[in-house]
Design a binder for this molecule. Structure first.
Ligand code: DLZ
Length: 182
């Protein structure tokens, strides 16, 4: 099936609404896809809710439970290394990385967030395996709850949808072009 995402008019994110709305009918089937979910244990009330959102979304779109591999890491700073280990072990088509770094009194959050985002980008480009940035970077615990199954949806759902779309995109552009005529 060729999925034409250009026709989708719904945006995945917008300031005042549920951030996790997406066009379910237009999303490719994940039946033949293989995923890893790497989840940080810091702020586990939040990250485990993100995990559930991601896992349930993959299954809802056809992923087989045996093709969803889970790896827990201590904190968000360990997400890139967890993703790398999981790529080596599980050979996924995409890795969903989930964490939550709540802003504190010092600037530790900035160091973790920027290290994780650039490491995940590098890992994606080096390996050709999309490593999805499912890291919440809230100012406080309430903002985190709002995005982990609260009024702004669940970032884990968004991360899973992004993973499915990226794997599908790779499949689509890797298909041999059909030649018409000579
Ligand atoms: C140390 C630390 C702090 C203060 N806060 C968080 C946080 O809000 N979210 C999170 O995921 N991890 C936190 N960590 C732990 C670091 O991510 C990391 O596990 C440690 O610095 C060890 O490398």
């Amino acid at each position: 099936m060729t999925t034409d995402y250009r026709l989708s008019t719904k945006k995945m994110a917008s300031a005042l609404k549920n951030l996790s709305e997406y066009d379910e009918k237009n999303l490719a089937s994940a039946e033949e896809m293989n995923f890893s979910i790497v989840v940080a244990d810091w702020n586990s009330d939040i990250t485990h809710a993100l995990y559930e959102g991601a896992y349930d979304t993959l299954v809802k779109h056809g992923a087989k439970p045996e093709n969803i591999h889970t790896l827990q890491v201590p904190g968000s700073f360990e997400l890139p290394m967890g993703a790398r280990l999981s790529i080596k072990r599980d050979k996924p088509d995409a890795v969903i990385c989930l964490g939550c770094v709540i802003k504190g009194e010092t600037s530790h959050n900035e160091y973790i967030n920027s290290a994780v985002s650039s490491a995940l980008m590098q890992l994606s480009l080096m390996t050709n395996i999309p490593c999805i940035f499912g890291l919440l970077t809230p100012n406080d615990h309430q903002q985190a709850k709002d995005r982990a199954g609260g009024k702004h949806g669940n970032k884990g759902v968004e991360a899973a949808v992004t993973a499915i779309r990226m794997v599908d995109l790779d499949k689509e552009i890797s298909k041999p072009k059909v030649k018409i005529g000579y």
